[in-house]
Design a protein around this ligand. Structure first.
Ligand SMILES: Nc1ncnc2c1ncn2[C@@H]1O[C@H](COP(=O)(O)OP(=O)(O)OP(=O)(O)O)[C@@H](O)[C@H]1O
Length: 205
């Protein structure tokens, strides 16, 4: 899988958030999207994922040399981001089953193993509404990691995680990201210091 950006720009009304980004993202590599608060990292990730349109330029998604349209790219992506809410009315077990109606598990995984990975055996029948913010963040990360997609997009992956959570996040990165295209939006070095390339969104104003 590769994502090719040619001269991409996005504006809201008259304000350009970024312009002139040309970059090829290749499966098997990891990339950090950097920049201070409000610089446009999340906007960039949403454009990259096809959930927000670009204002100028061109994005091409290709898998095994076959082009994928923006309308179908969702199937190839997993996203964990603060603005993507979990369904609060579901229990953890229900949420997992719902999520995996739309995505396949990575080989060897199922609901039980995912709950084990989360360490939430005692919370599996608890409504998401009653989860702490850290528990919700762990859940978002685990759902994305355990989905069998070539592309993994993470926005502020360790927000609300404690020290143990940070270690757990690094374990997930080790276990689940080999041979995938990993893109992380961050302004915290310990979230992305293993990434092979960095792109600073503030350079594209
Ligand atoms: N729907 C929108 N309409 C107008 N402006 C928007 C919209 N969404 C985002 N913006 C603006 O785009 C800019 C970039 O926001 P964005 O959330 O992408 O930044 P960020 O780098 O992810 O920030 P943070 O690190 O704080 O999460 C901000 O000035 C924000 O106000």
């Amino acid at each position: 899988m590769e994502i090719v950006l040619e001269n991409i720009g996005r504006r809201f009304n008259r304000e350009w958030i970024f312009r002139g980004i040309s970059q090829t993202f290749i499966q098997g590599d990891s990339y950090a999207i950097l920049g201070p608060n409000g610089s446009g990292k999340s906007t960039f990730l949403q454009v990259l994922s096809g959930s927000l349109s670009e204002s100028e330029g061109k994005i091409t998604y290709r898998r095994n040399d076959v082009e994928i349209s923006t309308d179908h790219i969702f199937h190839s992506l997993s996203i964990a981001a603060p603005y993507l809410e979990l369904i609060e009315e579901f229990t953890l077990s229900e949420l997992i089953d719902f999520h995996f109606k739309f995505k396949a598990y990575v080989p060897g995984f199922d609901r039980g193993r995912l709950i084990e990975l989360l360490g939430f055996e005692r919370a599996k029948n608890k409504n998401i509404r009653f989860f702490s913010s850290g528990m919700k963040q762990r859940t978002k990360l685990a759902l994305a990691m355990a989905s069998d997609t070539p592309v993994l997009l993470l926005d502020e992956p360790t927000s609300n995680l404690d020290k143990e959570g940070l270690k757990w996040y690094h374990m997930l990165i080790q276990q689940f990201t080999a041979n995938r295209l990993l893109i992380i939006c961050s302004n915290q070095e310990n979230e992305y210091d293993f990434c092979g390339s960095c792109l600073n969104i503030a350079d594209y104003k």
